[in-house]
Ligand binder design. Structure first.
Ligand code: MC0
Length: 144
């Protein structure tokens, strides 16, 4: 079903502070930044110096406002932490159909827009071993 681990998402309060921390302390570099209004997040994708097409990235997610999913998560968790795991898929419609057939709840009836124009959906954490599981299909020009 899955190509690789696309990224692990970390919820943070402040995107700039978190970028500074992860680049200065751990030596990551920033591969991409964007704001996703629909998801209520400012995000940054971080990679290693030897990033390969299928190397997992770290995604920093900061809330845009108090209604953001990430704002709620930070409050409930009592601070920053690991909010999601994301698998890359080639055909998200087919994968969502298969997972639904297997009895798992997908959060959206149809995929929404994620990082870099990817098509995304999520498996409910209660159906994925307590982990919010994102599925992402990168846009055709970015697919490896
Ligand atoms: C909630 N729960 C989680 C969880 N969020 N468990 C593991 N990981 C998480 N991230 C648990 C709660 O502890 C609770 O368990 C139960 O799920 C129901 O929680 P809730 O009170 O209904 O929580 P809500 O209202 O925050 O909703 C949770 C839900 C929401 C997963 C539906 O966070 C959501 O819609 N997430 C998908 C969108 C998203 O996360 N967007 C931000 C990333 P108990 O046992 O207490 O009942 S955007 C992104 O990732 C994009 C940009 C991209 O990568 O392309």
């Amino acid at each position: 079903l899955f190509i690789c681990i696309d990224h692990v998402g970390l919820a943070v309060a402040d995107i700039d502070e978190a970028i500074k921390f992860h680049t200065e302390k751990f030596g990551f570099r920033v591969l991409h930044k964007e704001v996703n209004e629909e998801q209520g997040v400012a995000e940054a994708m971080l990679g290693t110096g030897t990033q390969q097409p299928e190397s997992a990235q770290i995604q920093l997610l900061a809330p845009l406002n108090e209604n953001s999913t990430i704002a709620k998560w930070l409050t409930r968790n009592g601070g920053p932490g690991m909010q999601q795991l994301c698998y890359r898929v080639a055909d998200i419609d087919a994968v969502c159909a298969t997972l639904r057939e297997r009895g798992l709840r997908l959060l959206y009836p149809e995929p929404k827009t994620g990082t870099g124009g990817a098509r995304i959906n999520f498996v409910h954490p209660k159906d994925a071993g307590g982990v919010l599981l994102e599925l992402t299909q990168p846009p055709a020009e970015a697919a490896h």
